[in-house]
Design a protein around this ligand. Sequence first.
Ligand SMILES: [Zn+2]
Length: 367
Amino acid sequence: MTTRRHAVRQALPELLELEDIIREGQELLRVSVPVHVSHAGQQLPVYALELGSRAPQAPTLALIGGVHGVERIGTQVLLAWLRMLIRRREWDPTYASQLDNLRIIMIPLVNPGGMWTNSRCNPNGVDLMRNAPVDSEERTPFLVGGQRISHHLPWYRGKKGSPMEPENQALTDVISKTLFNQKLCLSLDCHSGFGTRDRIWFPYARSFQPWPAIGEAWALTTLFEHTYPHHNQYLFEPQAHSYTTSGDVWDYLYDGYHQQQPDGVFLPMTLEMGSWLWVRKNPTHLFHYHSLFNPVLPHRHQRILRRHTILLDFLMSALLNAENWLPQTETGRAQAQMEALNRWYPHLESTEPKPIMVSNKSTLLGG
Ligand SMILES: [Zn+2]
């Protein structure tokens, strides 16, 4: 075994797993490496994978994991699903036909340097989900909402005015290149570590106000709940219902998208796997940082790896058949928005979503 392989096997087995999947799916996957991250004497690649239709207007699903290095389970869930997809496509024409008609973009391991050290932040000590040039419009919780005091403390945003961290710039470049010219796209960014339930968060993280696509988010939410009434593990809600933050990359990317496609629909979602449940079942995990974010026991790990398959399959089908659930008329959109406001913002008097503030575009598109 080479030295590199040995070191990676010890510290970052997810990267070897990803490279193994790339070999297995080489006929299907279009692979690029938008950035390498230097860490522990290694050049760690951040892989971006693309599969499915090459048609310019094919609806697009983006799947992201490993933004927070310690939350390894997000990367593992995506890798398990990708391997299933590659194998199933070989014998199941339904999957083959789905992939003929939509495009999937995947960055399953955004922060390999952080995952190497079981750290939330990247090797520069920056929390990538607090690092985008977006300031919260609300009071944010101390430290957790993002801080510029020190990179020795968690939730560090990076120096004010500095460019985004290389991992974030790579993520932003891939998403803006592949999604910003689409009329319809969904994304799911997989995290863990908050609460006892699996949550699906929509924007905004920076504001208690509704975001422009709240009606479409409501339509997708009720489609899932109506289709899977016995699969009520997910709590769909705007992220600010849990807490507000500055520097959220999805707030930033959504604003960039909305500026380019005012009539398009982009629903960025964050899956927050409720790992406190795993901890509650085994309180000794409180003494091990890594196990606060990841299932440790083999049976629980297996269960989490298959737990989100239905959701990922659902997102593919929903994207491909959007005309059957997405509001298509002015009246339909107004109705969906009203339902969304009743569900998530019952305290608001005005039903008009606040106009969004578009942040620093030069950084967004910069290299
Ligand atoms: Zn996270």
